[in-house]
Write a protein that binds this ligand. Sequence first.
Ligand code: C2O
Length: 497
Amino acid sequence: MEPIDLLSRRDFLIKGAGALGAANLALWAGGCESCVQQIQNRPTRKNIQTLWAANPSDPIITTYKAAVTAMKALDTSHPTDPRGWQHQANIHFNSCLHRNWLWLPWHRVYLLYFERICRKLTGDDSFALPYWNWNSHPAVPDPFWDTSSSLYDPNRAVTQTDKADASYIGTTVLQNILGETNFELFASLKPQAGQNLHLPPPPDSPTEGMLESQPHDNIHIFVGCPGGDMCGFHSPLDPVFYTHHCMLDCLWAHWNIDLGNANTNDSDWTNYSITDFFDENGNPVTVAVATTVLFPILSYQYEPCSIGTTQGSQKRLQGKQLEQFLRTGAPSKLEFVQRFELRQEVAAAVGKPATVAVKVEPGALRSALEADVRTRLVLTVAEVEVPERRDFFVRVFLNKPDASGETPIDDPHYAGSFAFFFDESAMKNHQGATEMPGRPKTGFLVDVRPTLTRLSQGGSLSLGEVAVSFVPVPSSPRAAPSAQVKLGRLELAVARF
Ligand code: C2O
């Protein structure tokens, strides 16, 4: 199978075939009227809860149900067909990329081919995958609760009325994430050279950026933990998975296209080939990450999933200029100019928050707060032990030593949250014979410049140290009352890009 690379393989474009469809690609080879129309009429991915509220038998919902039914039937009738439901989930279990900057394009390709398989198996060529906008509807959407429907999954930790917490899907938090202009802080970090992407990251490497550690991980935990499908790497067994990732993909597209933020131009990202998926006919496909940045302008579009009132860049790009912008990207590498580190074991549990203080140099903090828009104050929570019970998340407050589970997240000291989306059985599969000593560890990054700026403007920032509080909170009403988190290193760094 030849790689599809729009950036260099013009001959392949002319022959047409592949990720964007023959007609879409032909446009790149010189243009044609019907191709332009096909792109203009590309399917629109919509909000599933809104569709259902207007009409529970909206064709998108009906087709989604029929597609899942057909895929489940394939599991029995053609157990080796890669388009089967279990097969699609196994791709995730065996190959998913997380905790590094490939997670967004990897799941984007996943959704594109899943959507095409849905079309093919139902004959509904206009089908577009719907998304679950957890910001506007924090409960698992209603179409997923009809017990007689293929969209129902009995293995969920939540009920129809449980609501995901504003700590990770609230408007303030999402606006903060969408306001991040650095790709790696927004998405997740570049992995270390030679790192096995399917294993836990090297102990000391911070990995997860804000979109992954906050809405992404937390929604998995909320819906699935403990014990449900969404809690681990077989999460695509719950049909809500695809609508969750569709929302994340929508926010990524929104961040690029409406808010005018560039993806990284690092060739380790753009040249990475994704080879784990199968097209609508069950044939394997290869897609370069550079191609995926164009999917939302060529292959599908989104009904706006914008959050609150986040403003786009003044001049919104269109057509060729937009395409150029998406293809070009921008440097994303964070240069850590000053680091203030605290190596200390910190343990916090539900009902037992912990606070530690990181000593900083007042001058460094002051000048970082006053510096230009390419300066960040990055809080790294590192060497975090992945707990055995993962049905909780951790709120992080700055300079709020009395923070507790009752402290509201609209408190100005609130900085963000993290949770643990891990699957040890999936990791053991990849590990083969090499046993890992002890519990796996991971890390998270939060850009805390907005929080510290707010505190400084409110006059409540003393510059010699920053107190960091960790407040574990159960992920749903049925979650563990006793979960705890342990971490080994904290760092507040001035970074530039
Ligand atoms: Cu690879 Cu949200 O999962």
